[in-house]
Write a protein that binds this ligand. Structure first.
Ligand code: PNW
Length: 458
């Protein structure tokens, strides 16, 4: 017998993640109304690959029991899912739709019965269309307030039964990406002024703070740990040398100056405000306090590196610059997915050193791969296994260095609707046959099940 390779701490939380619009389907069932993603998919020809949409997703709404059984078979200790806000609060009256809420109650029941911890994201981009229409989405404070109210509803309903809560998923993707005129825009795909964009970012982090407070206040027993899940620029040093490491730390704080810096420091990064001048966000001290609400953990969605070098000739006078990786750099099956397992070490380490966060979870990490069943019907996704081995080794290094990383959620449990790429990109541990909706664990799922069972990489 060989010694375990990269043993993880006892109670390390091994999980997998999904999001409502990407898997649920049942978009018009039990009182759910449209989200901005429904509208976007249906009314923007050419926006999504093959004009696909989330109408069916992978039919998780009807197959959640089977999906929980799959999680159990793999030995998952935790499952991260998101709640479709327009299922729970379908109309501007704000009235709670009990039928919509009940779906999440049943899902949580099933998870608890299987011994799997439910980790719930309150917002993974499917903003109710009524909020977009009435409040111009995140452009106004009313959206942040409506989100806080929705969080309170969820806190009261399930706060005593979920093991962890993420208020939001990835600010950039539902604010900046959603307000960019280009072809790659996300829903709702609108063009706004520079000031309105800065204000939208502000309302998004304010909404996060309001949601954390409202969720905690509404819980009928001790609230579960609350944090968020973000995909900030994942900075790594060009070389492990003191000057590049210091530059990387500086760059990380700067590059997240509009989101994580105010959340963890209570103030925007000065360089962010300077760069905007008169177009900067308008806010009150009270709002900054809400934004700075203490969190129980930071969730990191880690995929691809941003390489930083110490740079005395940086034209902006910051002393660091980003090193472009170039077209020839190795990628997974996604144009942006440059391979960079060292992000799993550097991002937790830097976030911990900067902000001394009490706990860190990797709330997403994974890759697309052109999976195809072989003539035996197996899906041997060696590339994804390679990816996981490398990324998990570097995560192990962070833990060995004393960084408080408490868990890892693989993106994703199963293939699903990959936003602009529709169903053409597969991120799952389980393969989904879209004709039959059958799920089949890939090689990576078997690999991951072994990791979980051994609590080590080998
Ligand atoms: C995440 N990028 O999004 C999301 O949280 C998931 O819903 C999504 O399916 C998953 O990653 C895979 O794409 C990202 O351009 C979107 O770097 C874009 C980027 C990263 C993550």
């Amino acid at each position: 017998m060989s010694k375990p390779f990269c043993p993880f701490p006892d109670n390390f939380l091994w999980g997998a993640a999904t999001a409502s619009y990407q898997i649920e389907g049942a978009v018009a069932e039990d009182g759910r109304t449209r989200s901005v993603w429904d509208t976007f998919c249906h009314h923007r020809p050419g926006a999504i690959a093959f004009d696909q949409n989330g109408d069916l997703g992978v039919d998780h709404y009807h197959r959640f029991r089977e999906d929980v059984a799959l999680m159990k078979e793999l030995g998952l200790k935790a499952y991260r899912f998101s709640v479709a806000w327009p299922r729970v609060v379908p109309e501007e009256s704000g009235k709670v739709n009990e039928q919509g809420l009940d779906f999440y109650q049943r899902l949580i029941d099933e998870l608890l019965r299987a011994g799997i911890e439910p980790w719930m994201t309150l917002f993974h981009w499917d903003l109710p269309q009524w909020v977009e229409d009435n409040c111009r989405g995140w452009e106004t404070n009313d959206c942040a307030k409506a989100f806080g109210e929705f969080a309170g509803v969820m806190g009261k309903a399930v706060g005593d039964r979920v093991a962890g809560v993420m208020t939001i998923n990835e600010f950039v993707c539902f604010v900046d990406r959603a307000c960019s005129a280009g072809r790659e825009t996300f829903a709702p795909g609108k063009v706004v002024s520079k000031q309105a964009l800065a204000q939208s970012r502000h309302h998004a982090i304010y909404g996060h703070g309001l949601a954390a407070l409202a969720f905690r206040a509404a819980c009928i027993s001790t609230p579960p740990p609350i944090g968020l899940a973000d995909n900030m620029p994942q900075t790594v040093p060009l070389l492990e040398q003191e000057d590049h490491i210091a530059a990387t730390k500086k760059a990380f704080r700067h590059l997240t100056g509009e989101y994580l810096t105010p959340i963890f420091e209570g103030k925007y990064h000065p360089a962010y405000l300077e760069s905007l001048g008169a177009d900067g966000p308008r806010f009150t001290d009270e709002e900054m306090k809400v934004i700075h609400t203490p969190l129980d953990f930071l969730g990191l969605n880690l995929y691809h590196p941003t390489v930083i070098r110490a740079d005395a000739s940086d034209p902006h006078g910051r002393g660091w610059s980003i090193v472009p990786l170039g077209e020839e750099y190795p990628k997974m099956h996604m144009p942006w997915l440059n391979i960079g397992p060292q992000i799993m070490y550097w991002v937790p380490r830097i976030a911990h050193e900067l902000w001394n966060v009490p706990a860190i979870y990797i709330t997403e990490n994974g890759c697309a791969y052109p999976d195809r069943p072989n003539d035996r019907g197996e899906i041997l996704d060696h590339g994804r296994v390679f990816f996981m081995q490398q990324y998990l080794m570097h995560l192990h290094r962070a833990i060995a260095d004393g960084i408080p990383v408490k868990g890892y959620f693989h993106w994703s449990l199963m293939d699903n609707f990959e936003w602009l790429w529709g169903y053409t990109k597969r991120f799952g541990l389980a393969y989904v046959n879209y004709a039959t909706m059958q799920r089949a664990p890939k090689l990576s799922a078997r690999f991951y099940a072994d990791v979980i069972r051994r609590n080590a990489l080998g």
